[in-house]
Design a protein around this ligand. Structure first.
Ligand SMILES: [Zn+2]
Ligand SMILES: [Zn+2]
Length: 392
């Protein structure tokens, strides 16, 4: 029987309702997040709002607090659902490496008979122009594609995600092109909910203080209010701080991932289109439909192109140029080792520029070949350094 796309999905996502809902592999943490929202709200409604209703001469004002609390909590939970249960902007994997990108390398593998044959090489990176500036995009071995600019491979979900921001363990999903708006609205709605619950609990405490005289007696009368005020105060540092940070990121058109990278590499931000336009881009543009049809039936696989010789096989020849290249790699390896020992983000960019400056006089083929292995090595190091940015 024909299988659907979600049934043979290669990423580590989880699906519900026959592929209609899609979560990250750590979607269970959603339960914790839900409890952290719902339990305090229930305590607030039961021990604070219920008593607060009678403190207002006009009962309508009291009930308004209850209605606002419930409606606003539902709003926050809907935003959580929209963040968590949808495709964050996954780039569909290729079944084969992109053939049009292969380039023939002259200094290639030697067959058993000793006759050199040209071999196919897939450059590890390529340059694309974004807003008039060259941007180097990397090849993703897992997804077999050149990542579009601002796209990154999430190691937790095992997918390439467009406009990758970070993988959020609290919502158990990647935050990317298609759910960033909801993620921001969710976090900011929690910050406002914290402020609201804190203020109303404080108001109730004030009423109790007026009735019983001292703070101590008021606290004994309603310990729930004190607990809620403490909980909201602590939570506000987290969600309020996150809201502020993302307001800054939206205003400057950066992702969390890029923010770490820009600081590390000292690179200019080429996506900044003035504060107002950056906000309009996040909140007022149409969300593109998902590029994955999770419920579609899997297509018959097309015949595979001839296999590309692996790079390991090419290295073990006796050609002089090949040996020189391996030595270059070793030298680079030393450099990379030094960098990783220094644990300094800034130095990665430093070496990267040295690499590109190092081979300007060579022929394009040789430069491509040398750059290939170096970039692969560099890629793994910068990936290692930037793994920070993929966490919350
Ligand atoms: Zn990928
Ligand atoms: Zn992820």
């Amino acid at each position: 029987m024909a299988k659907r796309v979600y049934e043979v999905w290669k990423g580590s996502n989880r699906f519900l309702l026959n592929g209609r809902l899609m979560f990250g592999p750590d979607a269970r943490s959603l339960i914790v997040t839900l409890l952290l929202i719902i339990i305090p709200v229930v305590i607030f409604c039961t021990f604070v709002v219920r008593n607060l209703i009678h403190k207002f001469s006009s009962y309508n004002a009291g009930y308004a607090i209850l209605v606002v609390t419930i409606v606003y909590t539902i709003y926050a939970l809907v935003l959580l659902f929209l963040t968590s249960a949808r495709d964050p902007g996954i780039v569909p994997r290729n079944l084969h490496p992109p053939e049009e990108e292969f380039s023939y390398e002259s200094s290639a593998s030697v067959e058993a008979g000793g006759r050199p044959t040209p071999s196919l090489q897939l450059p590890r990176t390529k340059e694309v122009i974004v807003n008039g500036m060259p941007v180097r995009v990397k090849y993703c071995d897992t997804c077999m594609l050149y990542r579009p600019p601002r796209c990154s491979h999430c190691s937790i979900c095992d997918n390439c995600v467009e406009r990758f921001d970070h993988h959020c363990p609290w919502v158990g999903q990647c935050i990317g092109k298609r759910n960033y708006r909801f993620f921001f609205l969710f976090v900011s709605s929690l910050a406002l909910l914290c402020i609201f619950v804190f203020s109303m609990s404080a108001l109730y405490m004030k009423f109790l203080m007026d009735e019983h005289g001292t703070v101590w007696k008021a606290m004994k009368k309603s310990p729930a209010s004190m607990v809620l005020m403490a909980y909201c105060f602590i939570s506000l540092w987290f969600v309020g701080g996150l809201t502020g940070f993302h307001l800054y990121l939206i205003g400057t058109n950066q992702t969390t991932y890029e923010n770490f990278r820009y600081r590390a590499d000292n690179r200019p931000n080429i996506y900044d289109r003035s504060c107002l336009n950056n906000f309009l881009e996040v909140f007022c543009t149409k969300i593109e439909p998902s590029r994955n049809k999770f419920r579609a039936y899997v297509q018959e696989e097309a015949p595979r192109p001839p296999r590309v010789p692996s790079r390991e096989a090419e290295v073990d020849d006796s050609g002089g140029s090949r040996r020189a290249k391996v030595e270059d790699d070793l030298e680079m390896g030393d450099d990379l080792l030094k960098i990783s020992q220094r644990h300094d983000f800034g130095d990665v960019g430093d070496v990267r520029s040295r690499v590109s400056d190092g081979f300007p006089q060579k022929s394009p083929e040789v430069e491509l070949g040398s750059g290939l292995d170096l970039q692969a090595a560099l890629g793994s190091v910068s990936e290692h350094h930037s793994s920070l940015g993929r966490r919350n």
